[in-house]
Design a protein around this ligand. Sequence first.
Ligand code: GLV
Ligand code: MN
Ligand code: MN
Ligand code: MN
Length: 391
Amino acid sequence: MTDLADIADVGRDARRGGYSRHGFDHVELELREWFVAEATRRGLDVRPDRNGNLWAWWGAPGPDAVITGSHLDSVPGGGAFDGPLGVVAALQAVDLLRVRGFQPSRPLAVVVFVEEEGGRFGVACLGSRLMTGAIAPEKAAALTDPDGVSFGDAARAAGFDPARMGRDDEALGLVGQFVELHVEQGRGLTVPVGLASSILAHGRWRYTFTGEGNHAGATLVEDRRDPMLPASRLVLAARAAATGGARATVGRIVPNPGGTNVIASSVDVWLDARAGDDARTREVVAQITEAAHAAAGDEGCELRVTEESYGDTVYFDTGLAAEISAALGGVPALPTGAGHDAGILAAHVPTAMLFVRNPTGISHAPEEFAEADDCAAGVVALATTLERLAR
Ligand code: GLV
Ligand code: MN
Ligand code: MN
Ligand code: MN
């Protein structure tokens, strides 16, 4: 909690509440500096990779390493725990292992992935996707933030060459196992610490409705081609399609130009959809897309649909989970609806996640919370896990 308190004033969002910390913005860069200082103070050797992720090595980097860590960015107006808890816990676990007199016999490192939430450039897990080749570097570089700044330019300003980004077999090749500690994001965990079993299939889609910009007072309603109408019907269609445990969310709508007395000329609507498997997720999105096309037609509007990112269901390594659970004296495993860098890494290396209980089930909001005692239990569990794996 002292470490979280250290960064408690970095990136507070007075307007939204909570934190707005986004990949390569000045807030995230300040947090990265904090991480470098904290890791260096512990004698860890910090090395950035080509994709903007930071690796803090305990001893010399080498193959078959045990890696832990998370991210420091947040969603817009996010909580204090989603991301930073996993980074702070990793540093604390290193401290605890040293107190225990532990000498790792495998290389061990703490990683910080860049832009995990996609809160700035729209694609979640950008750092881990780039490293593993799950997104083309040209596509990543061309992503823009709401101010029109490209990821490539932001990366360059932070000291990374976008031309050198992309699948990094050198970095990935060192990872023997990856364990990410994270605050649980629902109410599924009723004991202090648990393990993740799977992540829902999920993705993001952008619907651009185009109509005709016009005057809010001088244009009769029957003369309008108002894209806000089909946009609204998409929101309702998303709710209607998300049955049987599927989730569909519209959390962001941007009308252009966005004036109270202006009929929008176009509206961008972002859909986040998740379900148990690929087929069900695709079915939900297809149902919403069909309704959106019909609504656009009814209002004389055009619709363009873009898939911005997608990932199939992730099943974490059961052997690794069993080994960790045994080392911890038996902990529950639960599925999660939240995405993580661990979900990207899981396609390449044995990966596990440790969850810390969330008493309210609130996350991606300022009220996100975890008890100090539960966080401490998470640190102990992570240290014990690393000790077991790197012994
Ligand atoms: C990331 O936290 C996500 O699940 O969107
Ligand atoms: Mn998150
Ligand atoms: Mn997270
Ligand atoms: Mn006027």
